[in-house]
Design a protein around this ligand. Structure first.
Ligand code: NAD
Length: 316
C-alpha cells in the first residue's frame, strides 16, 4: 500500500523537487504539498496544496487528519546564512516545527518522519577531512545548533517513544528548478545563473574554500532510499552522514570554463566565509553506504553539464 505523505516546506529548494519525485513514485493523490505561503506556483498548481504553518501544532495536525497522512517530510527551516541574521527566529522555527512533527508521531497520528540535518552540525573543532559519523560537534552557527540539538531529539524520540524518524546530514545542494533559500553553499547555484547571464560571478567565499556538495538528484535519491529502507537497516537514528563530491569555488569555476571559456570569477568574501570555514571539507559517509546502500551518481562535471543545459532552457 502506498504511504500517505505530507511535505511541509514544499515550496523550497529541496521540498519542491521532493514533491515531484514522491508524486512520481507514489501517485499525485498520495502526496500533499504544503508551505506557509504560495511562494512557488509550480508546486501550488501541480497537485494538492495546503497552507500549513509548521510552527503551529494544530495547523499540522489538521492537515494530517484531513488527508489521512501517515508520513511527514519536514523540509521547513531557516537556513544558515539567514539564521545568523535572525537567530531567535531560526531557533523558534527549526525547533518548534521539529517538536510538532515528532509529537504527532509520538501520539500516533503519523507513523514515520523524515527530517533533514546538515553538515552545519559540525564546527571548527571537528576534523575537516573525511569527517567521521561520530566526532566532535561544536557548531558555531545558530542553524548548526538547531540541527545538532534536533538530531539529539530525533534519537531520543526513537529510543523513548519508538518514533520511526530518519534523517540525513545533507551537504550543500545544487539544483536548477528552485533557487536556494539563504544557505552558505548558495554560491554553487548562483554561479551557474551568473555564468549564463553575465559570464562572470563575484563569489562570497574565498577561492580555496572546499565544501561537501551534492546534486539535487542525488539528494532526493538518498532521501527516497533512507525512507524506503527496511526498518532494521536504519541503525542511526540521529542523522546519517551522506556525501557525494567536494570542491572549491576555484574548481567549480574551472568546470564552468570547460563549457563557457570566457567565464570569469572574482572573490569578495563576506560573513558567510566564517560559516564555511567552520564546516568540514569532505565527509565520511561509510555508515550510509553500508547500512542502506547509499551511492551517489553525479560528479562536478556532470553537475556543470546538467546545470548549464537546464538553465539555458529556462533563460530562453
Ligand atoms: P528553503 O529555504 O529553500 O525552503 C524552506 C521552505 O520552508 C520555504 O518554502 C519556506 O516558505 C518554508 N517555510 C518557512 N517557514 C515555514 C513555516 N512556518 N511553515 C511551513 N513552511 C515554512 O530550504 P531547503 O534548502 O529546501 O531546505 C530544506 C531542508 O533541508 C531544511 O531543513 C534545511 O535545513 C535542509 N538542508 C538544506 C541544504 C541545502 O543546501 N539546501 C543543506 C543542508 C540541509
Amino acid at each position: 500500500m502506498n504511504p500517505r505523505i505530507l511535505i511541509i516546506g514544499a515550496c523550497g529548494q529541496i521540498g519542491s523537487e521532493l514533491t515531484y519525485k514522491l508524486r512520481h513514485i507514489y501517485g499525485n493523490e498520495n502526496v500533499i504539498a504544503s508551505d506557509i505561503s504560495y511562494s512557488n506556483l509550480d508546486i501550488v498548481n501541480s497537485g494538492i496544496f495546503e497552507i500549513v504553518d509548521a510552527k503551529d501544532y494544530a495547523s499540522v495536525k489538521t492537515c494530517v487528519e484531513k488527508f489521512n497522512i501517515d508520513t511527514v517530510y519536514l523540509m521547513a527551516a531557516m537556513l544558515s546564512a539567514t539564521g545568523e541574521k535572525y537567530p531567535m527566529k531560526a531557533w523558534d522555527l527549526n525547533m518548534t516545527s521539529l517538536f510538532n512533527v515528532l509529537n504527532l508521531a509520538k501520539s500516533k497520528f503519523i507513523d514515520k518522519v523524515f527530517w533533514p540535518s546538515s553538515i552545519a552540525v559540525f564546527g571548527p573543532t571537528t576534523p575537516v577531512d573525511y569527517t567521521p559519523q561520530y566526532t566532535i560537534m561544536e557548531p558555531t552557527t545558530v542553524y548548526g545548533i538547531t540541527k545538532q540539538v534536533g538530531e539529539r531529539w530525533c534519537e531520543y524520540y526513537y529510543n523513548k517513544y519508538n518514533v520511526d524518524v530518519r534523517s540525513l546530514r545533507y551537504p550543500g545542494i545544487i539544483s536548477w528548478k528552485t533557487l536556494p533559500g539563504g544557505g552558505t553553499t548558495d554560491y554553487a547555484v548562483e554561479i551557474y545563473h551568473e555564468a549564463l547571464k553575465n559570464k562572470s560571478y563575484e563569489c562570497f567565499l574565498k577561492e580555496d574554500t572546499a565544501l561537501p556538495m551534492m546534486f539535487m538528484d542525488d539528494a532526493i535519491q538518498a532521501t527516497v532510499d533512507i525512507m524506503s529502507a527496511e526498518t532494521d537497516a536504519i541503525k542511526i537514528r540521529s542523522s546519517y552522514n551522506v556525501a557525494a563530491i567536494s570542491f572549491t569555488p576555484k574548481a567549480i569555476a574551472e568546470s564552468i570554463k570547460k563549457y563557457i571559456p570566457e567565464f570569469e570569477i572574482t572573490y569578495k568574501p563576506d560573513y558567510r566565509q566564517d560559516i564555511a570555514s567552520s564546516w568540514p571539507q569532505t565527509i565520511n559517509d561509510s555508515y550510509a553506504r553500508q547500512d542502506w546502500k547509499w551511492r551517489h551518481k553525479f560528479s562536478l562535471d556532470d553537475i556543470t553539464n546538467e546545470m548549464l543545459l537546464q538553465l539555458r532552457k529556462t533563460y530562453k
